[in-house]
Write a protein that binds this ligand. Structure first.
Ligand code: THU
Length: 127
């Protein structure tokens, strides 16, 4: 599956986003080396700190299903602004998807491809 296909999966995942507090709805999809795609969306909670980001849900879903390698992750919003992962998600991506291609997109389509080293410089040596 290419980046566009994975981005489509992320858009589908976005439909399930639960973001009544921020109103910033996010969808993500993680592609495992097996070819299986795991979707995620952000899920907020009235206790704000309990919310989870879309990409973390997707990556953890992949891990929970037994995926051993994540080769690509797509993250998108329904807005005209690029979504960029928070610090916690950067750490999770660097830990569990260190070699993944990461596609960051807005409503209009694919915008930028990055690697975990771009998102979290200096982390490589501690993997
Ligand atoms: N969010 C994500 O799900 N992924 C990102 O990459 C950026 C932020 C979520 C967290 C929160 O539910 C909302 O977007 C606003 O920050």
């Amino acid at each position: 599956m290419d980046g566009a296909g994975l981005l489509h999966e992320a858009r589908e995942a976005l439909r399930n986003a639960h973001a009544p507090y921020s109103r910033f709805r996010v969808g993500a999809a993680a592609l495992a080396s097996s070819g299986t795609v795991y979707r995620g969306c952000n899920i907020e909670n009235v206790s704000f700190g309990l919310g989870l980001c879309a990409e973390r849900v997707a990556v953890f879903s992949a891990l929970a299903a037994g995926a051993t390698e994540i080769v690509a992750v797509a993250i998108t919003t329904e807005r005209d602004e690029l979504v960029t992962p928070c610090g916690a998600c950067r750490e999770v991506l660097a830990t569990f998807a260190p070699r993944a291609r990461i596609f960051l997109a807005d409503r209009g389509g694919m915008i930028r491809e990055v690697g975990t080293a771009d998102l979290l410089p200096g982390r490589e040596g501690t993997l």
